[in-house]
Design a binder for this molecule. Sequence first.
Ligand code: GLU
Length: 508
Amino acid sequence: MAKKVRVRFAPSPTGGLHLGGVRTVLYNYLFARRNGGDFVLRIEDTDQNRYVEGAEEYIINCLKWCGLEADEGPHAGGPYGPYRQSERKSIYRQYAEQLVKNGHAYYAFDRPEELETMRERFKTASNPSPQYDHTIRLEMRNSCSLTLEETETLLEDGVPYVIRLRMPEHETVTFTDMIRGEVSFNTGLVDDKVLLKADGMPTYHLAVVVDDYLMKITHAFRGEEWLPSAPVHILLWKYLGWEQDMPQWAHLPLILKPDGNGKLSKRDGDRMGFPVFAMNWTDPKTKELTKGFRELGFLPEAFINLLAMLGWNDGTEQEIFTLEELIEKFSLERVHKGGAKFDFEKAKWFNHEWIKRISPDSLQSTVKPFLEEKGIIIPGDDYLQKVIHLVKDRCTLLADFYEQSKFLFETPAQLDLDAVKPKWNDDKKAFFEAVISGLQAAGVWKAAELEASFKALATQKNIKPGEVLLPLRIMLVGGKFGPGVFDIAELIGKEETVKRIQAALDKL
Ligand code: GLU
């Protein structure tokens, strides 16, 4: 019987989520859903020095906002918990000890200053920062260089030690990555990684293997930056006797700067003026607020869609996909091997397309806070929906709703009368005075009727309607933009329309 598909997203709670991190979540999620599998969230918090308060909560909220919630995890529980590595501390030591017994790992007693001395001693022009590996292993203070008795004495005396993996000198480790195909490594180039730290905490390398095994993970998706660690993990699976249960690996391509020159970093985001983080994130260390896609006014639907397309397509020209369609169509065969360029202009295009597609009814609760934040008083949900219907095609980001619709909620504070004045004359003044009387007498207050009588009146006064439409727009909107001017009049109502025309006439 085929094993049930189980995948995991395993972030370290060290800060905000990077675009690449959220894309890893998405591909995990799509793969799990497509294959009827489970999606696990595991918090890899074994590095206490890099731990950031609040980061876990942020990650969970981020997944929630994206609509990509995990089935198991610290927030949801599940049969393979606990899902925080710090709470699993007691599990790992036995495996490190087992590796020592089998000769695949060893105790290392070197103090920080001894490691420093080693680096000084072995450094050369071509190797400025020598690593702890098979070439120097026997020069150091560890259970490979010491006798059994010496080692036992040190252990009995309680001398602090770490457990290191004994990397083979000349072996080729080969595995088949689901995206890049066959990949090989020469173990001689990899250092003897620490597996268990002096305080008994595992390092990432030991914990990731033990947990993927115990949590029955079948497929492991992670960023390409982890590819160099793959031989370490593969050997651990082998040495622990779990080779037949090893997950299939998929190392996802990097996300590159818009110009394709190198990996996209948070700094690029700051420099180029787009957020790399997915959400609002105040780093407790720097107290700096990083605005994210959500705050800028991206819709989760658009955000997910654009992330999916960063390194994948379905083989056709289609670019707009719902989450359901992605689940149906996503396949690893179509994930690109090369890095994917992130283009913020294209990201905005996705958002615009999604704003156009989503109904005013569904947009309402998302748009509301963007208007309220600017002090707009919304008279009611029904009115808000009409506003959204009228202006949404003009909005690229949710934040644009404010500029595009504020005149539908409040009288414009300023009117661009300079755009009207050069061609203003007494005939036009008389025309608009007649418009006011006409409007006051109007029975049906509907855009089509208002337009018809406005145009009829213009013709009657021998004025081309085109010449008075711009002034009307400026009077109602304040500037040369916005949706159909009679739609605006219909929405703001008779009293407000008349008031605005009158106020403009007084100024002209
Ligand atoms: N904790 C690692 C990270 O922060 C996870 C890598 C993996 O998925 O194996 O990216």
